[in-house]
Design a protein around this ligand. Structure first.
Ligand code: CA
Ligand code: CA
Length: 137
């Protein structure tokens, strides 16, 4: 059984279980929390992929470019930011079902994160000019 199947199985269990574990007394949902988690995971995957070969100024420029031009990235970031003030109230009111939904979001992102942090040379960009201090030694 490969990881994709395990993740799909875990996800389907979460989808079935989460509604059962919700408390009727819960007044706050987890919309803002989930959006924030999704945003953080997206940023983590992005940074993981970019920083594999060390941190360069270009990485920040690329992050900014993504933030302003990549439609999906932009949407996720806007959703994460929008309404984040409610997260505290949501966390205080969280029940097991809502917690599972958040876990489900993390499960969804596991393949992206693994891909981003995987050590391989294939996706590494060609090195730019040598960093100052390293040149001409
Ligand atoms: Ca939000
Ligand atoms: Ca709640």
């Amino acid at each position: 059984m490969d990881l994709t199947k395990i993740l799909a199985l875990v996800k389907s269990m979460i989808v079935v279980l989460a509604p059962q574990l919700k408390k009727a007394t819960s007044v706050e949902g987890v919309k803002e929390l989930r959006e924030a988690v999704r945003g953080l995971l997206k940023v983590a995957a992005f940074l993981g992929a970019r920083f594999k070969d060390g941190v360069q100024f270009g990485d920040f420029a690329a992050f900014y470019a993504n933030l302003t031009q990549d439609g999906e990235f932009k949407t996720v970031m806007n959703e994460a930011w929008d309404g984040y003030q409610k997260i505290g109230a949501e966390v205080k009111d969280i029940d097991a079902g809502e917690g599972l939904e958040v876990v489900g979001d993390i499960v969804d992102e596991v393949p992206n994160l693994l891909e981003a942090f995987k050590k391989d040379k294939a996706t590494t960009e060609p090195a730019d000019a040598p960093a100052e201090g390293e040149a001409q030694k």
